[in-house]
Design a protein around this ligand. Structure first.
Ligand SMILES: Cc1ncc(C[n+]2csc(CCOP(=O)(O)OP(=O)(O)O)c2C)c(N)n1
Ligand code: SF4
Ligand SMILES: [Mg+2]
Length: 282
């Protein structure tokens, strides 16, 4: 496929990330067919297994610091608002380390897309618990089982005023591809939580396969109904059903339009004549 790179893939065989890579590639091909050239798409990542995805995609990308994937995306968008920015972040990356960036990007409705590859552990560092790990999860940092309850990231995004909130599952690749396309096409802050089993530290395939279902005839403009749907699964317990699809979608002015109006800073003529500035100070 034309988006392939020469990098050797180092994900564990069976990792949910493979299917996410596939869905993202297909989404980019569809977006190109719809008139968004791949040169106008920029990916940002945090640090973790999820972040390696940019090594395997022949697209412009910025491998940022742990927890700074969203902040980096905001900076690129404000420097060149003509670009489509897709952030690929982990649960540890954006629900733990960089959570304030996620909340404020949603609050200000900056026009970027954030995909959270949520395997519900810090996987690259061998399985410590994160904000979405279920209570009781046994791992390196919680050998007796996690004593904290997880939070529900979709509820957090609704409270933070995100204008597009969705959930996909890596094993539902076709549906995930469609969600990514719709998220990128949404004008405003779009958030897609992607359930991504980590076969090495939290193998959740069987659980998700039994519990997930697609949202149908869901009124995604009513906040009350949306909240009820979001709370159908609070990332804990066994006796649950897990809805997938778009939970919420509304239109609001974006931060970048309000701040920049028609200005594209990357296309502005040079503002500072550095030689003269230096001369003046020597
Ligand atoms: C500031 C900082 N803290 C901690 C680390 C160590 N670290 C690297 S990857 C990682 C785990 C990432 O977990 P997550 O974001 O969930 O991604 P996953 O590996 O699960 O895809 C950690 C803690 C780091 N690189 N930088
Ligand atoms: S440790 Fe988990 S998330 Fe990382 S590559 Fe292996 S299966 Fe995937
Ligand atoms: Mg993780």
């Amino acid at each position: 496929m034309k988006l392939d790179t020469y990098c050797k893939n180092t994900w564990c065989p069976g990792c949910g990330n493979f299917a996410i890579l596939q869905a993202l590639k297909q989404a980019v091909v569809s977006l190109e067919e719809k008139g968004i050239p791949k040169e106008d798409i920029v990916l940002t990542t945090g640090i973790g297994c999820h972040a390696k995805i940019v090594d395997y995609l022949n697209l412009n990308s910025f491998y940022s610091l742990h927890g700074r994937a969203v902040a980096t995306a905001e900076g690129i968008k404000l420097a060149n608002p003509d670009l489509k920015i897709i952030t690929l972040s982990g649960d540890g990356d954006s629900y733990n380390e960089g959570i304030s960036h996620l909340i404020y990007a949603a609050k200000r409705n900056i026009d970027i897309t954030v995909l959270i590859l949520d395997n519900r552990v810090f996987a690259l560092t061998t399985g410590q618990f994160t904000a979405t790990s279920p209570k009781g999860l046994k791992g390196r940092s919680t050998p007796e089982g996690a004593i904290e309850e997880p939070f529900n990231p979709l509820e957090l995004m609704l409270a933070s005023n995100a204008t597009f909130i969705a959930r996909g599952y890596s094993a539902k690749t076709e549906e995930l591809k469609d969600l990514i396309i719709q998220a990128v096409e949404h004008k405003g802050f779009s958030f897609v939580e992607i359930l991504q089993p980590c076969i090495s530290f939290f193998n959740s395939y069987q659980f998700y396969n039994e519990k997930v279902y697609e949202l149908k005839d869901h009124d995604f403009t009513s906040r009350d109904k949306v909240l009820k749907k979001i709370r159908e699964w609070n990332y804990n317990g066994e006796d649950v059903k897990i809805p997938l699809g778009i939970f919420y979608k509304i239109q609001k002015p974006t931060y970048n339009d309000a701040l920049l109006e028609k200005l594209n800073p990357s296309k502005r003529p040079k503002q500072v004549d550095f030689e003269n500035v230096l001369d003046a100070h020597i």
